[in-house]
Design a protein around this ligand. Structure first.
Ligand SMILES: NC(=O)c1ccc[n+]([C@@H]2O[C@H](COP(=O)([O-])OP(=O)(O)OC[C@H]3O[C@@H](n4cnc5c(N)ncnc54)[C@H](O)[C@@H]3O)[C@@H](O)[C@H]2O)c1
Ligand SMILES: O[C@H]1[C@H](O)[C@@H](O)[C@H](O)[C@@H](O)[C@H]1O
Length: 337
């Protein structure tokens, strides 16, 4: 790699286009040299805004384009495995949007391919690990500031869900963030999942089980409850309260500025993740580019993506059966210890 990191972006929808903008504006030392999306009009439109990037409808052609040193995957989850395997085949470092894959079997195939190379090349886009509030909570927990953690009470609310969203995706696409955050914050594995749901909100699209309450049990004896509500109507809200043996700590109240005027007080609620986590996406990308330029791979690994997918799978079983479902995890290979 000479000087500037050349990136191929696979999937130029909402997130892919956001990352492309970010690489151009807020991340130094990198530029997008190729973009791929099966939607030919869309990919041409995104490429037209870039200086000299090639546009492809085939991800393999983008990864093989001249000047590509690394790949950023922002296609839908079910398309990730194929894109990851083709990047690994070219030994290219990858930042892959979450989920690594929606299913653990696919994630394990990716982990095995990376193991065969004998080095980590994949970082998963669990951007909450780069959010300043989550980082502070992790520091507090690691320092024993509230004693042994007993509970994480989490709220994950989206104003509305995209048309393609399914009841399973509330777990495999949304709660997967809490799964990773809980594993990272607590340094523990999730061992069992239960799901209970109220009568669906009248605001949810027909047939969508929204909201749901997902309970995670962990290897260190903590319990994590996640209210996931993707058509809450009022905005984007991600909160986490940790309760320990000697205190509690809460993040995500979103009270950056409270305005008092005209006999009332209040603030604004972010409407989506691109606002709430804007800084986290920036930091995630900057740190990924810096690590790749230095020949390293950091952050959430393919193993973390696999573990999250295994918990998602248990969650889907728990939702369908109504039963507490143990999580089955393969043995962690030495590469990820
Ligand atoms: N980290 C976050 O907070 C966050 C937020 C939103 C989305 N995401 C993740 O980003 C990914 C994309 O989500 P989105 O909201 O941008 O979806 P989107 O539907 O807006 O965009 C997906 C794009 O991928 C394209 N595509 C479909 N199949 C493809 C394939 N095989 N190869 C390449 N491109 C393909 C589609 O044409 C579309 O343009 C998903 O994995 C999603 O979970 C993460
Ligand atoms: O893909 C998105 C994204 O991961 C957001 O961060 C999350 O809040 C949404 O629920 C999910 O659908």
């Amino acid at each position: 790699m000479a000087g500037t990191l050349g990136i191929a972006v696979i999937g130029t929808g909402r997130m892919g286009a956001d990352h492309v903008r970010r690489i151009g504006r807020t991340v130094g030392g990198a530029r997008v040299v190729a973009v791929a999306d099966p939607d030919g009009d869309r990919v041409k439109e995104v490429a037209a805004g870039l200086d000299g990037a090639s546009a492809h409808t085939d991800p393999a052609a983008a990864a093989a384009a001249p000047g590509v040193d690394a790949v950023l995957i922002a296609s839908p989850g079910p398309a990730h495995e194929e894109a990851l395997l083709l990047a690994l085949a070219r030994e290219l470092p990858v930042l892959c949007e979450k989920p690594l894959t929606p299913d653990p079997a696919g994630a394990l195939r990716v982990v095995e391919a990376e193991q065969r190379l004998g080095r980590r090349l994949i970082q998963v886009g669990f951007m909450r690990r780069y959010d300043a509030e989550y980082e502070r909570l992790k520091e507090l927990l690691d320092a024993g500031g509230i004693g042994r953690p007993l509970f994480l009470h989490c709220r994950h609310r989206n104003a509305s869900s995209p048309s393609f969203f399914t009841s399973d995706m509330l777990i495999s696409d949304s709660v997967v963030h809490e799964v990773d955050a809980a594993r990272w914050l607590l340094g523990q594995e999730v061992t069992a999942v239960s799901v209970v749901s109220p009568r669906p909100s009248g605001a949810a699209p027909e047939g969508l089980q929204d909201p749901q309450l997902v309970l995670l049990e962990t290897s260190g004896g903590a319990v994590v409850d996640v209210e996931v509500f993707v058509n809450c109507g009022f905005g984007y809200e991600v909160r986490c309260e940790a309760v320990g043996e000697s205190g509690s700590a809460r993040i995500g109240d979103g009270h950056a500025m409270v305005v008092q005027a005209g006999g009332r007080w209040g603030g604004e609620i972010a409407q989506d993740f691109t606002v709430r986590f804007a800084d986290a996406y920036d930091r995630q990308l900057r740190r990924w580019v810096a690590a790749v330029a230095a020949g390293r791979t950091e952050g959430p690994s393919a193993w973390d993506g696999y573990a999250a997918a295994a918990v998602s799978e248990a969650g889907l079983t728990a939702r369908r059966t109504g039963l507490r479902t143990p999580v089955e995890l393969a043995e962690r290979p030495a590469l990820y210890r």
